[in-house]
Design a protein around this ligand. Sequence first.
Ligand code: ADP
Ligand code: MG
Length: 832
Amino acid sequence: MSNKCSLCGRSTQSSAFEAPGEHAFCSSGCHDVYTTLGATDSLDDSQDTSKSEEAQEGDDLLDSDGSETFLRIDGMYSATCEAYLESLAESQPGVTAAEASYVTETIRIDHDPKTVSKDTLRDALSTLGYTAYLRDDASTEADTAGGTTRRSREMGGIRKRRDDQLLGMRYSVGFLFGAFLLVPYVAILYPAQLASIFDWQALAIFEGAFRLDSQGAFVFLRLYFVMTGIILVFTGLPVLRGAYISLKMRRPNTDLLVAITAVSAYLYSTAAVILGQNDIFYDLAIVVTAAVTAMVFYESSIKQRALDRLTELTISQVERARTYDSDGTTQDVRVGDLEAGDVVLVRQGERVPVDGELVEDSCTVDEAIVTGESLPVLKRAGDDVIGGSIVTDGAALVRVGPDVTSSIDRITTAVWDLQSATHGVQRHADQLASYAVFLVAGAAVAVGSVGALALGMGLADVVLLTLLILLAGSPWALGLATPLSVAKSLSSALRHGIIIFDETVFERLRDVDIVVFDKTGTLTTGEMEVIEADAPPELLDAVAALEERASHPAANAIVTAFADRDGGDDTEDQSDSADNAVGTEGVGQIREFTNHRSGIEGVIGDMSYLVGNLDLFVEQGWTVDDDIRSRVADAQGFGQLPVVIGRDGAAEGLIVVGDEPRDGWDDTVSRLGERGTEVVVLTGDDEEATDFFKRHDAVTHVFATVPPEGKTATIRRLKSDGQVAMVGDGTNDAPALAAADLGISLGGGTALAADAADIAIVDNDIRSVETAFDLAGAARRRVKQNNLLAFSYNGIALAALAVGFFNPLTAAAAVIASGGLLAVNTRRKLLG
Ligand code: ADP
Ligand code: MG
């Protein structure tokens, strides 16, 4: 029998759990998951374990030879951009893999630094209107900008905003030029055409202006040729580039459809002017280009808003720090008020607020924020720690270095890079585009050749006819419909307190088969309160001092309850000084501190302490007498959380903490059940503590005493049964959130949890999980409706063409009809 857990790969040596059968497990939870889910999993067991370990390594530990480069890329708008930039990067010598994300506008490149340098990669990818930046470029810029902290705090958003400014400029130029060019259309051409339809003699004079018999009109039309050309190329660049790439990659997209209409309209009009024909569709080229660019701009600004909210959230988490005095008191301060030499306490799952040096203890930190690599790094007393890194294990006491403020800028900038690295999926409209392109191009070629061969039309006429079919038949309005639908669904989500900045999240949400809930802090409020405590006072003091370093909600409750205990009455509550002070002066120096899956351990003076649930005591081989055991069972019977405390190998007391189930948790679970979604509850807590949730009809499985590694392994197991979403809040949920197909962090979560999630629910309401699913469904229906409405342009235009009545006037009517329908449909509320 191996000494590794068959589910999660942890060592089983220190485990008190004896698994029946041939496999080894680190905990009853892992055994439970393995036996329950193993039955549905036909994979060979031994193979599967090694595979999941490999996968774990592949996911969690990136290449450590420094051959990974992150570039930030301006000007990425779609999955086609991703595909193109990836193939461009991969075509460089020495590049082994590349993964781009238009959502975060980053690309990760694995390469051999000896063959190809970061600078070469940056230059290679700065092409076709894309601009690539190295992480260092961003920080140099922040330094030279040299502004105040608050100003540079915005740095994270600056790059994107500049990109938006360029888009805004493109749009403004298109709008100004376009408005100028459209005046004659509105004032002269449309009325003239109306006049000719209805035979209004009074208006017939207008017609002359667009007739080519006068020299004046020709000059006038040359002006159109030039100015429309500028709009097409300058304003329409993102679209033209998208179309070009889609051709190059052989992946038709909506950009291609838009380009077909706009470019054919432009070419047709130019040919018509030269050939002395009358229908001049420069207006169509202008309106289509400007409208689509405007929508891309709009969509991008909505995404910006969602990202800003998330950045705000992250900043609010790093804006405060906890100073730690030599006597063990802590104080909540603004990061800006920190001074060099102060000591700050950073708990598990939190970000180190500023650069500094580790004072005591050893802990592990994740420095992905600086290195891009999500590797746990062991730090010992005296080591430097970097502001922005996250404490993944233990707790860190950091002496603030001389440069107090600069790291905040780096944090906000880099958090950006980390927020999500999901690949965009192909949009529904882009799928339609593949068919549409073939259909339209086929029709144009077919009609053109029929014209030439059967009807004996001349070359010029054939070209004109073909262009006409292209410009009338290409469903360019899909390029309007998509950004409108996306912007609508993202802003609706934001209004419901749900941060999503990538529309593909909705698509993935709809495919979810299994939703996994963490228990403590997710199904329960996590706002715990000590209900009763039974232990010697000096033990409670020591426990409170240790819990000060833990980030679990139970730890918070214990610290709050035993803070200022011997500081007498709370009447002179000075809000400034030491409002979070813990009365631990007499406790002595904490010499060791360890986070366990379900509790903490520490050494103060020469006494060791253990705090946590009953399982932890059993696992660590500490004795627990029957009295404590029965009181633990009692508390659990009431749905409360019993925290066992002990010193030197024996449990000596109990603190009972109350934790209420969240309002609406049962409705949320029921409604997920009604959808046909499986609901699984996963917790590091004891079996008994989960009874309450197990009784719910819609809950399919409850797995208790599962360590964090086991949570991740469980998610991987469940993924072989379907698409898995994980809802969690805490630090130890982060790997599971990242492993799930879709991670949902509740209440802002800890820094680690929020980083790992695809969806952040900020209003701290569990019902928002259900709302997100509702929104995903509604968004899907809206996308389909909008895409259908987009075809109304082609319906009208092609009908007019068939009856020989297609001219700028009917084309304008078709544009207004489809644009209007889209606008009206988009204004309707998505939910209720
Ligand atoms: P869940 O997986 O449901 O979120 P956790 O993994 O957060 O649960 O915690 C499991 C249990 O471990 C808690 O219910 C609590 O009993 C115990 N525990 C964890 N950390 C601490 C701590 N710092 N102090 C006391 N008890 C703790
Ligand atoms: Mg939790």
